[in-house]
Design a protein around this ligand. Structure first.
Ligand SMILES: [Fe+2]
Length: 434
């Protein structure tokens, strides 16, 4: 390990701030930036060459070997002057701090405390490096089936790969659909360094994706749409009696983009899922298959919100990993395989059951006043839940239980076990049991 890293990887440095430590950030990025600028210039500033140039530079001089997780924040707080900043009000990154800026490209340091990125593509070329912490990185492909103008599309969003990124890892970024990805940050903070071009003119719109089927331009914000969203929110906070009926009418009369955006942004104002469903289906004459798509999109959004809502309360990287895997997988087998790959010397089922126990006391974001996992994990109940991991069919579950319990008794309990299996599949942790 680099001696500087050894001294400075902690969240706070025990050493008093002195000129050498606060100067380390600008000094490091000046050298890294100068190296990239020289190579980019030699390539005639061809943006197509930038991802490879940025990747090579980040591998030759890895920020993770030289800087700690909070160094850039400490520097930005205390420096007398910092470089030009882009999008000071942009919420991408918590915060994103630009550390080397030219007219054609720049380097920024993104800090993530609780953020999960939406599935998105990029309007620029570049590369990113994990400076500290780690993330689950998933890549996707979009098979377009129908277009409602340039800014809204229906199709199939399919995951191509999933990997765990660690400090020091580098990945290229290519504009457009060549890289559609999302990140779920396991550690707090997770810090990434991005070297990227300015916006490329042929990479618009910069689409985001809402599983299972919607692609949209999140940067398109017509004024009327913004005011509609704000007005609905104000009426919701006022407890306005007619809000659901008003929204149902708005859905019917809206253009396709506004309908899709409003369905996603106002679904939470309905008192029940059935109410929202009725309002969307009421707009089916106007919007056809787009209405069905929005029901699927909002259902998936609710499922993901329940998990990311838990993530804010969970600090341990193992627990965050479990939540990330629940976000990405609908079945238990691949989750157990990934856990087993990460901890090859441990029994993945035992680990997962332990995490379930650890997390079971959290409040359920979907059911106020209830625990997130209200099941007995000691004794026979725990043995049954464990046997049900990975979606084993009930017959197989019974066979496993008969190894440790009286066979006739297990058979007598078969009906109750079937009910338990269904109930487990309905929890936030349901994918583990499917
Ligand atoms: Fe990205």
């Amino acid at each position: 390990m680099h001696p500087a890293k050894e001294r400075r990887t902690g969240l706070t440095s025990s050493a008093p701030r002195d000129e050498s430590s606060s100067g380390a950030v600008p000094r490091f990025f000046q050298q890294l930036g100068d190296r990239i600028e020289a190579a980019f210039r030699a390539a005639g500033y061809d943006e197509a060459a930038f991802p490879a140039i940025a990747e090579a530079a980040l591998r030759e001089a890895p920020p993770s070997d030289h800087l700690g997780a909070c160094d850039t924040l400490e520097w930005a707080l205390t420096a007398r002057a910092i470089s030009r900043q882009a999008n000071v009000d942009d919420a991408f990154g918590q915060p994103a701090i630009q550390v080397y800026v030219t007219q054609r490209w720049y380097i920024e340091v993104l800090h993530w405390l609780d953020g999960t990125t939406a599935i998105h593509q990029h309007g620029f070329n570049g590369a990113f490096h994990v400076l500290a912490g780690g993330s689950i990185h998933a890549r996707y492909r979009f098979e377009e089936e129908r277009r409602y103008g340039a800014r809204l599309r229906l199709g199939r969003i399919e995951r191509e790969s999933i990997e765990v990124l660690r400090a020091g890892d580098v990945r290229q970024i290519h504009a457009g659909p060549a890289l559609i990805h999302s990140l779920f940050h396991l550690d707090r903070p997770s810090v990434t360094v991005v070297a990227r071009t300015a916006h490329l003119p042929d990479a618009s719109p910069q689409l985001s994706y809402a599983p299972p089927c919607l692609a949209f331009d999140p940067f398109y914000r017509p004024e009327q749409l913004a005011r509609q969203r704000q007005s609905a929110e104000a009426l919701a906070r006022l407890g306005h009696r007619d809000l659901e009926a008003l929204l149902a009418r708005v859905y019917q009369g809206a253009d396709p983009f506004s309908f899709a955006a409003l369905a996603m942004q106002t679904a939470a104002h309905f008192h029940s899922e059935e109410g929202f469903r009725a309002a969307v289906l009421g707009a089916r004459d106007a919007h056809g298959e787009l209405a069905d798509a929005m029901l699927a999109v909002v259902a998936e959004q609710r499922r993901q919100d329940a998990i990311t809502g838990l993530r804010v309360k969970v600090r341990s990287p193992e627990h965050r990993l479990l939540l990330a895997l629940l976000l990405y997988f609908d079945h238990g087998r691949p989750i157990l395989e990934l856990v087993s790959a990460r901890w090859p010397e441990r029994d993945p089922e035992e680990l997962v059951v332990r995490w379930l126990e650890d997390l079971s006391d959290l409040p359920d974001p979907r059911r106020p006043g209830r625990r997130v996992f209200d099941f007995e994990l000691e004794g026979p109940g725990g043995a049954a839940a464990r046997a049900m991991l990975g979606g084993r069919p009930l017959g197989e579950v019974l066979e496993i239980l008969k190894r440790d319990f009286d066979a006739a008794e297990v058979d007598r309990q078969a009906g109750d076990l079937s009910v338990l299996q269904e109930a487990l599949r309905e929890t936030v942790f349901g994918p583990l049991f499917r």
